[in-house]
Design a protein around this ligand. Structure first.
Ligand code: FE
Length: 283
C-alpha cells in the first residue's frame, strides 16, 4: 500500500551557527520533530555573506548529525583533532553520543554552498555511547537507476539490492537522494511502521498518489509527512524533481531538548549543560 501524504510543511527561513542563513524544515513550531528525526535544515546560497561565518565550536549530545553536501565544501574539526572536508556529494554521519565539540566551517570564499543537516535521535540506552564518525566520500555513495528517468543515490539503507555505505545506525535509516526527469514514476518500499518523509529541494513532484487517490503536489522547499503503508510513490509531470526520501524506526521515547542537547528527561539536559559548563562534558 502506497503511503498517503498526511501533512505538507514548508521550511522556514532562519539562521544558526554564527549567522548562517538556512531553511529549517523539521525542528520548527510547525513540525517539532518526526520521531526519530529531530531537525532538518537546508542551506543553499551563492552569497558568501549567508554562510561564511559557519558553525564555530559547539557541542552535541544524545543524537546523530548527518551532513549531506550538494555543492561547496565544509571543514569539520572536533575537540580530539579529528578533521575532514565535507565536499559536494559526500555525507558525514556523526554519532555524537555522550559528547562532541566541533566546528563546521566553509572552505570557500565565494560560490554556491548547498546541503542538508539532519538530526537523528538515539535511544535512551545509546545516548551516552562514545562518539563515532562515518565520513563517506562522494564515490562511495552508489547511484542506481530506479526506472525510466529516475536516479537514486543510496546514502543509507537499501534500494533495489544496492546498499548505502552508512552502517550500524540503531534506527535503521533509509536515506535516498532521488532525481526524477519530467514524466517519470518512482515507487520504493519502506517498511510499515517506520516514520517516513520526502523533502523536495528542486522542481516539483506529486507524492502519495495511488489507485483511486490523488497525491499531493510538492514544490521545492516543502516536506511531505508520509502516513502508513509499505511503499512511497512519486510522479513528475512537466518539471523534473529532486528530493530526499528518509525513513527510520521511531523510538517512541520522551524527548527533552535544549539547543544542541537531546536527552529523555529534563534532569539529563541539566546534567549536559552542567557538564559542558564545568568542562566535564567529554570525560
Ligand atoms: Fe554541529
Amino acid at each position: 500500500m502506497v503511503r498517503p501524504v498526511v501533512t505538507v510543511v514548508t521550511g522556514q527561513d532562519t539562521s544558526d551557527g554564527a549567522g548562517v542563513r538556512l531553511k529549517r524544515v523539521i525542528g520548527t513550531p510547525a513540525l517539532d520533530h518526526l520521531d526519530p528525526f529531530l531537525l532538518l535544515d537546508e542551506f543553499k546560497s551563492d552569497r558568501a555573506g549567508d554562510y561564511i561565518a559557519g558553525f564555530p565550536d559547539h557541542p552535541h549530545r544524545g543524537f546523530e548529525t548527518v551532513t549531506y553536501m550538494l555543492a561547496g565544501s565544509m571543514r569539520h574539526r572536533d575537540h580530539k583533532g579529528n578533521q575532514g572536508d565535507l565536499v559536494a556529494g559526500s555525507v558525514q554521519w556523526m554519532t555524537a553520543g555522550r559528547g562532541i565539540i566541533h566546528s563546521e566551517m566553509p572552505q570557500q570564499k565565494d560560490g554556491l554552498m548547498w546541503g542538508f543537516q539532519l538530526w537523528v535521535n538515539l535511544p535512551a540506552k545509546g545516548k551516552m555511547i562514545p562518539p563515532r564518525y562515518q565520513d563517506i566520500p562522494p564515490e562511495r555513495i552508489p547511484e542506481t537507476r530506479a526506472g525510466e528517468g529516475v536516479r537514486v543515490r543510496v546514502v543509507a539503507g537499501q534500494s533495489d539490492g544496492t546498499r548505502g555505505p552508512v552502517e550500524g545506525v540503531v534506527t535503521q535509516p533509509l536515506y535516498l537522494d532521488v532525481s526524477m526527469a519530467p514524466g517519470a514514476r518512482f515507487q520504493h518500499p519502506v517498511p510499515a511502521g517506520y516514520t517516513a518523509f520526502a523533502y523536495v529541494y528542486e522542481g516539483e513532484a506529486e507524492l502519495g498518489a495511488s489507485e483511486g487517490r490523488a497525491g499531493s503536489r510538492l514544490t521545492a522547499g516543502t516536506l511531505a509527512v508520509l502516513g502508513d503503508g509499505d511503499a512511497v510513490a512519486a510522479v513528475t509531470s512537466t518539471s523534473p524533481a529532486r528530493f530526499l526520501l528518509l525513513a527510520a524506526r521511531p523510538l517512541r521515547e520522551p524527548i527533552a531538548r535544549y539547543g544542541p542537547f537531546v536527552m529523555n528527561t529534563r534532569a539529563e539536559i541539566m546534567r549536559a549543560v552542567e557538564d559542558f559548563q564545568n568542562g566535564t562534558f567529554l570525560d
